[in-house]
Each structure stands twice: as C-alpha cells, then as structure tokens.
Ligand binder design. Structure first.
Ligand code: SF4
Length: 251
C-alpha cells in the first residue's frame, strides 16, 4: 500500500508523468523480470503438478518448474519446490493432503468506495483443521525481510487492505482470514503472521486520510525511511536536501 508507506511516493506515482515513466522503466530491470517470472512459475506450478497426489515425489515437484537461463531464478524455483514438498509431506502426515492445492490463486479484488479500492494477491491457503484462511504473497526482493519491523509493518498494512476488502464484499463467506505469509526465495524464508485487528483499523484510518488528501489536493508528506533506498523517485524527492539516511537505524 504505497500511500501508507509514503504519501509523497504515492503522489509521484499518480501525478508525475516523468517519474512514472522512470518507474515503469524499472519494470524492465533484470531483478523485476526474474521476480515476475518467479510469480508466474510459482502459480503455474500448481497446474503442472495436477491433483494426483499419489504420484507426488520431490523430483516431480522440481520437474513441475522450468529450468531458465537465470541461475538465481533456478535456485529460487528449486527452493520453492523443496518447501512445497515439505508442506505436502506435513499435510499428508496429518491426512490433509487435499488442502495442498491452494484455496485460491492470483486473486484480484475490488470494492466501490469514495475512491474505489482494488488489490491483487498471489495465493490463499486453507489452514488445516479450521475454517480459516492464510493470504500468501511471493516476494523476491531482499527488502521483503519480515524480520525487520518496518517491513513487517508495511506488509501488515498491505495485507490488511486486502482483508478489509475481502471481508466487506464477503468474498469467502464461509471462512475467516486470520493469517498472512510471505514466501521469499531470495532470503529462503517463509514468514507466517496473525492478522491483527489493530492493523485493520489503522489501514482503514489511512484509507480515510488518503481519500481526504486526494480530495483536498494534499498534503502528500514524505516519509523518509530505509525504504527510500528502493524508491524510484529518490533523486527527484531528495535532490538538494542533503539528507543523509542512516540505514543502520532500520537494521
Ligand atoms: S524517496 Fe522516500 S520520501 Fe521520497 S518519495 Fe520515495 S519513499 Fe517517499
């Protein structure tokens, strides 16, 4: 949720044509291409593997993902296959293998509001033995390290935004969304977190202040944090300010 991370970044993204073009150019970078391919392959993995759980093996899992020209992407995919194999074995041991194929994938959601809310998330898994769901995001960037408080807080907001929409439009009426997870093959880590009602309240408050700011035409304040180092608008935003970001503060 870009506005919550930094209102000024949101402003650049939606208002500054040149900056927007610069942002779009980064979409072609090597890292983003590999990230996008990882998303695509992780999603099609579940189509390739089918539902014949009797025939599953670790080799079948790895073979359900392609071998590409990118060595690091191949490493991510092998790691992903191995983690999914572990998950399958755990589910099978508890006789929940029918929950292996995700409950939903590549979900787009939208909800009419003062400014319509829209969102997309990668996957939803059913939590065994419950009627609860876990929203899952694939993130390949090193900045998506949920051990860092700022990254986890940002993810809480992002997922909270989706959860509010899903609950409001009653997308999954028989289930409760209780957890989120981030799968990061670069850091070879999977984080699972409970969804906190406080986060949902805070996200809604942010949405209200965003719509107000849009209608009032600002102010869109800068939020200078460690995340600025990944911001495509950093040159325009911090130019001439001589701001020295102490990244250590955020480690
Ligand atoms: S550089 Fe930092 S403060 Fe400026 S727009 Fe980007 S995220 Fe916001």
């Amino acid at each position: 949720m870009m506005y919550k991370q930094c209102a000024k970044k949101f402003w650049y993204f939606y208002n500054d044509e040149e900056a927007y073009k610069g942002y779009k150019q980064t979409q072609g970078s090597d890292a983003l291409i590999k990230g996008s391919l990882f998303h695509q392959y992780a999603d099609s993995f579940f189509d390739n593997i089918g539902v014949s759980t009797d025939a599953y093996s670790n080799d079948v899992f790895r073979a359900a993902l392609p071998h590409t020209k990118f060595a690091d992407l191949n490493k991510w995919l092998d790691w992903f296959a191995d983690k999914e194999w572990e998950r399958f074995e755990e589910l099978s041991a508890a006789r929940y293998e029918h929950l292996f194929i995700p409950f939903a994938r590549e979900e787009f959601v939208s909800m009419p509001d003062a400014i319509d809310r829209t969102g997309h998330f990668d996957r939803v898994d059913e939590i065994p033995g419950t009627k609860n769901l876990r929203i899952i995001e694939y993130k390949t960037g090193k900045s998506y390290n949920m051990d860092k408080t700022w990254a986890a807080t940002s993810m809480n907001s992002e997922i909270g935004f989706y959860v509010i929409m899903l609950n409001t439009i009653k997308k999954y009426p028989d289930y409760k969304i209780t957890e989120w997870a981030v799968i990061n093959p670069t850091l070879e880590t999977i984080w699972v977190n409970k969804i906190s009602p406080i986060s949902l309240k805070s996200v809604n408050a942010t949405y209200r202040s965003l719509t107000q700011a849009v209608f009032d035409k600002g102010p869109f304040e800068r939020n200078i944090t460690m995340l600025c180092r990944y911001c495509p608008y950093i040159d325009d935003c911090l130019l001439g300010d001589n701001i020295d970001i102490d990244y250590e503060l955020f480690n």
